[in-house]
Design a protein around this ligand. Structure first.
Ligand code: FE2
Length: 279
């Protein structure tokens, strides 16, 4: 088997990997893919032929699939995550803001592996940003200040509303009690590369601890702007069969709501879990 080809999307984040069949890749090819992920933070593989079973088998080569903490609380077992929208199941009106998956829990996944089952006729891209590039763009004085601070993350009102639309009130109350929020360092160290990154996100981070509320608001605005700066962002247009793999410790992602009422279906496994660690 020949070496896969790696074509960077931007100099900050993203790469397309060509010449690799995820249903049948060698250990050497997988190692190249894992190296490319550390280097580019999110990688894209077009036109793969994975069904749910092959998707899970590929995910298991990266580690144990870890369920979303809500699924773990309700059912215990890891299952495939499904994102489905059409004219009867419209995407959230406000779209999905920048986030690290379930940063409101004490651990986050290491890697997410998402595949397109049905690509919408228009829109429906996913975007990722590089949290280390956002860190490097801050002044050294601000980095020093932030490196000693923590921030509060919680699931938030949108989460509660979504849950209330899907499940009985008692169960939602149980989940809100089970996940009241958690503190994470504002600047984290990547578990493999050691690179510092800005670990706050507009989806789930509410407040920076230990400073006045007005200061927290200003600091979070500066950090959210740094994270979403176009220099640190890449964007992927889905076609059926495509797979995106991203490093949850190195990126945030978001999905703009710009494809309704078209049908879109994505399926996902998340693998591994680690607590975000201070720099
Ligand atoms: Fe997500």
């Amino acid at each position: 088997m020949s070496d896969p080809e790696i074509i960077a999307t931007t100099s900050s984040i993203g790469a397309e990997i060509r010449g690799l069949d995820l249903a049948d890749c060698s250990d050497d090819q997988l190692a190249v893919l894992q190296w490319a992920l550390l280097e580019h933070h999110v990688v894209f593989l077009r036109g793969q032929q994975l069904d749910d079973e092959a998707h899970e088998a590929f995910a298991r080569r990266w580690g144990d699939p870890i369920p979303n903490p809500i699924v773990a609380h309700l059912r215990g077992a890891a299952t495939i995550g499904v994102v489905y929208n059409d004219a009867e199941h419209l995407p959230d009106r406000d779209g999905e803001g920048w986030h690290t998956d379930h940063s409101w829990a004490s651990y986050i996944p290491d890697v997410a592996i998402l595949r397109s089952v049905t690509a919408p006729a228009v829109g429906g891209d996913t975007m990722w940003c590089n949290i280390a590039a956002a860190h490097d763009a801050l002044s050294p004085a601000l980095r020093d200040l932030l490196s000693g601070l923590t921030a509060r993350h919680d699931p938030g009102e949108r989460f509660a509303l979504e849950m209330r639309a899907r499940m009985p009130a008692e169960l939602v109350d149980e989940l809100l009690l089970a996940f009241p929020g958690v503190d994470h360092p504002v600047i984290t160290r990547h578990p493999v590369t050691g690179r510092p990154g800005v670990f706050v996100n507009p989806g789930y981070t509410r407040v920076i601890n230990g400073v006045h509320p007005a200061e927290s608001e200003v600091l979070l605005r500066i950090l959210f702007d740094a994270l979403a700066h176009p220099d640190h962002v890449c964007r992927f247009r889905w076609q059926e069969g495509d797979v995106a793999i991203w490093d949850e410790h190195a990126t945030l992602h978001r999905g703009p709501n710009d494809f309704a009422p078209h049908r879109r279906e994505l399926r996902r496994f998340t693998v591994g879990a680690a607590e975000p660690v201070a720099v």
